[in-house]
Design a protein around this ligand. Sequence first.
Ligand SMILES: *[C@@H]1O[C@H](CO)[C@@H](O)[C@H](O)[C@H]1NC(C)=O
Ligand SMILES: *[C@@H]1O[C@H](CO)[C@@H](O)[C@H](O)[C@H]1NC(C)=O
Ligand SMILES: *[C@@H]1O[C@H](CO)[C@@H](O)[C@H](O)[C@H]1NC(C)=O
Ligand SMILES: *[C@@H]1O[C@H](CO)[C@@H](O)[C@H](O)[C@H]1NC(C)=O
Ligand SMILES: *[C@@H]1O[C@H](CO)[C@@H](O)[C@H](O)[C@H]1NC(C)=O
Length: 235
Amino acid sequence: MAYKDGNGSRISGRLRSGDLLHAGLVLSVLLGFWCVSGLEVSTGKITVMEAMNGSTVLIPCTYSSCIGIQRLYFNWHYDDNGTMLKLCEGSIAAEGADPRFSVYHERVEFVGNSKKSNISILLYNITFADDGDYVCFARNFKEKNRNHSATFTLRVVDQVVEIDNTLTTIIVSVVGGVIGFLIFFMVVKALVVHFILKKDDKNKECLVGSSAGVDNTENGHTTAKGTEAKGTPKA
Ligand SMILES: *[C@@H]1O[C@H](CO)[C@@H](O)[C@H](O)[C@H]1NC(C)=O
Ligand SMILES: *[C@@H]1O[C@H](CO)[C@@H](O)[C@H](O)[C@H]1NC(C)=O
Ligand SMILES: *[C@@H]1O[C@H](CO)[C@@H](O)[C@H](O)[C@H]1NC(C)=O
Ligand SMILES: *[C@@H]1O[C@H](CO)[C@@H](O)[C@H](O)[C@H]1NC(C)=O
Ligand SMILES: *[C@@H]1O[C@H](CO)[C@@H](O)[C@H](O)[C@H]1NC(C)=O
């Protein structure tokens, strides 16, 4: 008996550790879904921007981390036809701590704010040579310095094209017009169908009345036919 008890408890003990392992696995899988990558950097929803030569543009970048920030290192590069030109770099010691940064480009200003997880830059007086990709890079010491980056594309144009706007206006009005017409058409159709159905209902009422009559007459008819059929051969 004592041996059996011992065996039983050993089994339950094994089960318990198995359950723990299981729970741990489930937990880590859940965490994995929840916190896919520790750090994420983003240059926003719209990552391509057209700007006029001579203007000053904000090149946006923000970061977020579900495990927290610790000794965040960041930099900005301009992809000059394959050669990466470093525009600025810096670090943020902890969440909300003031960033320390250095700028290596005369027309670049760092306008980030660590309280808003913002590491954006301003590029002054852009020229056509500034056209291209701007890469925002960051790595968080807290997640083993894994690299993360996001790209923002700047298109420098002679003038912000009006045609695009008129084209969108045209497209929007055409689509709006078509949708409006469809709605109008559907309302008219619904009304017509409604009235026709109402009429039909009345007709049906008539029909029901008449069909009963028809039934009667048919019965009468068959009988009549019967009598007729019976009558004709005789005649
Ligand atoms: C933009 O470039 C064009 C052609 O190079 C030039 O004529 C124009 O003055 C420039 N505009 C600005 C605002 O610098
Ligand atoms: C970019 O590089 C390619 C070849 O590497 C070259 O043909 C092209 O002219 C370059 N463009 C500019 C704008 O420098
Ligand atoms: C941008 O251009 C304006 C006018 O040409 C000039 O006063 C200003 O110093 C320039 N800014 C930078 C950062 O180069
Ligand atoms: C980042 O900071 C700049 C400068 O203050 C601001 O213009 C920009 O809107 C901010 N971006 C975001 C996504 O908060
Ligand atoms: C991360 O980026 C650095 C440059 O900042 C590079 O030297 C390193 O190889 C990259 N690591 C990985 C894993 O891509």
